[in-house]
Design a protein around this ligand. Sequence first.
Ligand code: IVH
Length: 674
Amino acid sequence: MIQTYNRKQLEQLKEEINQHNYRYYVLDDPSVPDAEYDRLMRQLQAIETEHPEWLTPDSPSQRIGANPLSAFSEIVHQIPMLSLDNAFSDEELLDFERRIKERLKSDAEIEYACEPKLDGIAVSLLYRDGLFVQGATRGDGYRGEDISQNLRTIPSIPLKLIGEGWPRILEVRGEVYMPKKGFEEFNRRALAADEKPFVNPRNAAAGSLRQLDPKITAKRPLEMCCYSAGLVEDGELPDRHTQVLQQLHQWGFRVNDQMSVVRGIDACINYYRQLGNKRDQLHYEIDGIVFKVNSLPLQQALGFVSRAPRWAIAYKFPAQEEMTRLLDVEFQVGRTGAITPVARLQPVFVGGVTVSNATLHNMDEIERLDVRVGDTVIVRRAGDVIPQVVSVVLAQRPDDAEVISFPSRCPVCDSEILRNIGEAVARCTGGLYCSAQRKQAIKHFASRKAMDIEGLGDKLVDALVDEGLVETVADIFNLRSEQLSKLERMGDKSADNLLKALEKSKKTSLNRFIYALGIREVGEATALNLANHFGSLEKVQTASEESLLSVPDIGPIVAKHINTFFQQPHNLDIIAQLRTAGVHWPENEPRPVAELPLQGKTFVLTGTLERMTRDQAKAELQALGAKVSGSVSAKTDYLVAGTNAGSKLSKAKSLELEIIDEEEFIRCLSEWRA
Ligand code: IVH
């Protein structure tokens, strides 16, 4: 049946789509399934095809991308888009407040708005009678480029304001950025298609907005978050900055979810520290915190100096990317023989620490970067992630820069290096003959989540292997006090402590022991599944590949690794030696996994737990069969929220998930265990 529509129904449909759009892209709180949204959109497109005379620029169908331009035209900002002064230390922030108080000739406590400084591209959006009419880049602050066509494609930018009461002319300013996930996904696809990836999300956002063909921009995962109003005519806004943003939010704009109002500069410093700790968990990149005097009349009174306001400052985080020189490349051998090229760098302060080594991952990466010894490179260190070389500054390449060649023999044991077809990783074939692999295997065995041998750190393992005191993990339990105390920097007391720690570690659990063996691709979770499923080491050892496949999360590759491991006589020999030395664990009745009380349930842990660490909570949950995930989604069954829980908690609330606090969690744990 062909349905006919009138103009009013079309407007209602547009309104409905706008609402869904707002819920999805601005509030992160979808109101309908994707399929329903798509259906409404197709309906809209059908009506507009039928009635082209009804098509308006604010229609949600107009985000898909207009025809390409040959160049961007210039626009003049009626109110200049200025920049911000930076602070790099607490002292500079204190100076900022001192200057404000001097200027205001008042010592009264000042209220500040605190906002993350988004690392993207500043834009200006102009609305006339509630309709988006023009969007521009900041340019030099006075003149920018008209990128309206590209901005239209960004779903979090309203084409038509929601609600009512907006000024006839309203300019909204903010930042367009590419969220971290979208950036990674985009780069993954670019690499797969042999295209050049972007160096960082900021460049990705800039590159996407600079496209003359808006259809390209439309495919990029961009978001826009607003941070102020600009030109306002025929209408009024509240007189506090944060209230202005709340108002803009109600009219359809995204505002930052971490925004906070505080009193006094000490509270600003506090906010800076707290957000610094959370920086890696945010879904977008930030490079500092912006503090703004919240009262607009006070902002007016303070005014501007040269190109920046006196009432705001950006307190920058330590840069996560810096330039330095690549001095050399060394090839390290991992536990499974994987050869990793490591860049030796001219030490550089980046991401808050001095970095002198960075990973180059593998040979493909070296070729992709086209990096050579002697090059100036950009090094990135974000949070606790291993520092990486992200790109080469080709313009600074010296004439004698040296091409890097991958070794054909292991730099430690001289065994042949092989690379399986289809794998990026090349491996030393020396196995336990290779002292590098032996050292790594012992370090893994002793590590906290494995046998947890306190005091047996990396340096000591290196020394024990180099001195010939230890060859395999079984040998560490035969160490004697007089052998240990002869080692450099090891007195009688530390030798004694180590022996005690070794003794203590002998009492372990089956899952820890399996994990400690260091079987390829068998991490903590898989080890636990194996222990739960089979209940005894003998059964795991003798399991066929087929029966291994019935263990959750084990596929053919992992099954093969496990099977191969237990077929090697020297591995069985080491296990026997360990047991003779006294390593033991309680034998469980095998618990078919489906019987575990939390089988199939997904948990997310957030905030600070007071009575246990997150690792402990995670291990407890996994032992009960639950999956522990890092992010909240509709698939989450429970959110365990400790103190100071942030965005995960808000998301869980908006999805109406089951939320439990620590006390309740502990109570439930004992019930589930029973
Ligand atoms: S306010 C007059 N707030 O930082 C003050 N800027 O260095 C105008 N930025 O060009 C800027 N997040 O692109 C402001 N929450 C925020 C921001 C922010 C990022 C960028 C913006 C601006 C640059 C200034």
